[in-house]
Design a protein around this ligand. Structure first.
Ligand code: FES
Length: 106
């Protein structure tokens, strides 16, 4: 775990209702833009490891392209099966046009 904020991506480079991947300690994190608000979640579906960033965004949820599980992008909560475990949502802040994230896991 790191308590440091890292500059992950320029906000302008994330399309609305889209995401980009950044690396956080060798782990892919998906950073989403929902109408100008930014959120970061693990890019790994808790069902069977699907790459969420390769899926799509629907009603504020990341839809896994493999079997259709849905996760609330704001919280990481699973909202539709076949996944049943939440994924981690990371703290995000915007500084001088850069989206910064922080690993707050134990
Ligand atoms: S791997 Fe995501 S729903 Fe199965």
């Amino acid at each position: 775990m790191s308590s440091d904020w890292i500059s992950a991506v320029r906000a302008a480079d994330i399309p609305d209702n889209g995401c980009v991947i950044c690396d956080l300690d060798d782990e892919d994190i998906a950073i989403y833009n929902l109408g100008g608000e930014y959120f970061a979640i693990e890019d790994r579906c808790s069902h069977d490891g699907g790459d969420l960033a390769s899926g799509w965004v629907e009603a504020g949820c990341a839809v896994c392209p493999r079997h259709g599980a849905r996760f609330d992008i704001r919280t990481g909560r699973v909202v539709a099966p076949p996944a049943y475990e939440d994924i981690h949502a990371f703290p995000v802040r915007l500084v001088d046009g850069m989206v910064q994230i922080r690993d707050d896991r134990d």
